[in-house]
Design a binder for this molecule. Structure first.
Ligand code: T4K
Length: 413
């Protein structure tokens, strides 16, 4: 086994895929959590242990809600155990029924939150330039059963909100957003979280600001906020009094302590993410067939996702071949959000023809690769990752031939 730590300028035999030692001894993950100030977190945890108040609208949850609402510029933030439950509760509180128009190029939770309550997700294609729902394709999907549009600010890049609002208004549909990726980002100088009837944030471990697990509904609608607040706590309006259907969607004090602590490091997380993004951008800028998705600085991105598109014809190897090369090096890049929700159950069984009307989703899902970033990734890591990618692309034709030969010999066995 060959030894090396940096494959810059190396040949195919220097890649782990072809027998060399992997560039990273330990797996480098996408979605490594950003961890804020440990001492501050431990102080909060000690306090909550002293107080013996662990959940059910404790003081940390209340403080977290206030901080998120103030930061976002909304009247109400209702913190929950995760964004999936927050979406489910919001959809129920809005009394959505029938069909809701949603992109397929998203994490499966967006569609599951609808289907979970027997609402049909009607998949809309995306704009390949933004990876977000394409407003030009929405009107054609509206039927008498449609009750809403659920946009997703993918990678933290805002949807075309004004266009979506105009379509929602003219068709009397509720507009809501899955803003799981977009905490801290802006649309036309206003914070994400203030648009549509309401938006849903995620504070999952892999997100820009994490609470371990966590989510929230943010809205300026007083009545809606009250319904959501009741529903996430079984419908209780006081001791012994239940006034609506509900579930257990509560955030714990431990999660809120984590969320509060990480919020205090928001600026430094953004700065590190941005530096990482720029390092990737410089190193990968001129590689044939590889393009890094761009962020509009005026939208104040959180840079939590480093996403590349692989054009197999120009790179002379496919996205999946590049993925195999990276995985062999212990760089666990991800194909988010392959293969598109419409190709997952139960949707692929319910709508076997969906791929016919989602050409851009299909194309982008076959090209996208998400690379490791966040505060756990160093500039030396990024240098190595980019060096591997450079070698893979320089040797693209040969790598691709290796895959074709392997497939052929597997077929002839
Ligand atoms: N809407 C959108 C658009 C979303 O992207 C998501 C979640 C949601 C809604 C729902 O939000 P939540 O209900 O989760 O709040 C992961 C996350 O679990 C998921 O939250 C996230 N999107 C999605 C994009 O990524 P998986 O299935 O890829 O998880 P997994 O276990 O493969 O972990 C992802 C990577 O993170 C791995 O490389 C390992 C690494 N990791 C993960 C955890 C939990 C760590 O290094 N440390 C950790 O503690 O879904």
């Amino acid at each position: 086994m060959k030894d090396r730590c940096n494959p810059v300028g190396s040949g195919i035999g220097d890649l782990a895929f072809f027998g060399a030692r992997p560039a990273f001894e330990e797996a480098l993950h996408v979605g490594r959590p950003n961890i804020g100030k440990r001492a501050a977190l431990l102080v909060r945890i000690n306090k909550l242990l002293d107080n013996r108040w662990l959940t059910n609208d404790g003081t940390y949850v209340q403080e977290f809600e206030k901080r998120v609402a103030d930061f976002t510029g909304v009247k109400h933030c209702i913190a929950m155990c995760n964004a999936t439950v927050a979406l489910e509760v919001l959809i129920r509180a809005l009394d959505l029924k029938g069909e809701v128009i949603v992109p397929s190029f998203t994490f499966v939770a967006t569609a599951h939150a609808l289907q979970w309550q027997q609402i049909t997700p009607v998949f809309c294609d995306i704009d390949p330039r933004t990876h977000n729902i394409d407003p030009a394709r929405i009107e054609g999907l509206v039927t008498p059963r449609t009750t809403g549009i659920l946009g997703v600010h993918l990678w933290g890049r805002p949807c075309p909100i004004d266009e979506l609002q105009a379509i929602a208004d003219s068709n009397r549909l509720a507009l809501l957003f899955d803003a799981a990726h977009a905490f801290g980002c802006k649309y036309r100088a206003r914070n994400i979280g203030r648009f549509g009837r309401a938006e849903v944030l995620s504070f999952h471990a892999t997100k820009f600001i994490n609470a371990g697990e966590g989510g929230a509904v943010v809205t300026n609608d007083d009545a809606l906020a009250m319904r959501v607040r009741l529903m996430k706590n079984f419908g209780f309006s006081g001791y012994d009094e239940v006034v609506s259907i509900g579930t257990n969607g509560k955030m714990t004090e431990l999660s809120a302590a984590m969320g509060l602590t990480n919020l205090e490091s928001l600026e430094s997380f953004t700065q590190i993410n941005q530096e990482n993004f720029e390092a990737y951008s410089q190193a990968l800028g001129n590689l044939p067939g590889l393009s890094l998705i761009r962020y509009d600085k005026s939208a104040q991105p959180n840079y939590q996702y480093v996403v590349v598109e692989v054009d197999a014809a120009k790179a002379r190897l496919t996205r999946d071949e590049l993925l195999a090369v990276l995985h062999a090096e212990n760089v666990l890049a991800r194909r988010y959000f392959y293969p598109g929700v419409h190709r997952m159950e139960p949707y692929c069984s319910c709508f076997p023809e969906a791929s016919m009307v989602l050409p851009e989703t299909e194309a982008i899902a076959s090209r996208v690769l998400v690379l490791p970033t966040g505060t756990g990734v160093t500039s030396a890591d990024i240098e190595k990752i980019c060096a591997i990618i450079r070698v893979a692309i320089e040797q693209g034709a040969e790598i691709s031939k290796h895959f074709a030969d392997a497939m052929q010999s597997a077929g002839s066995e």
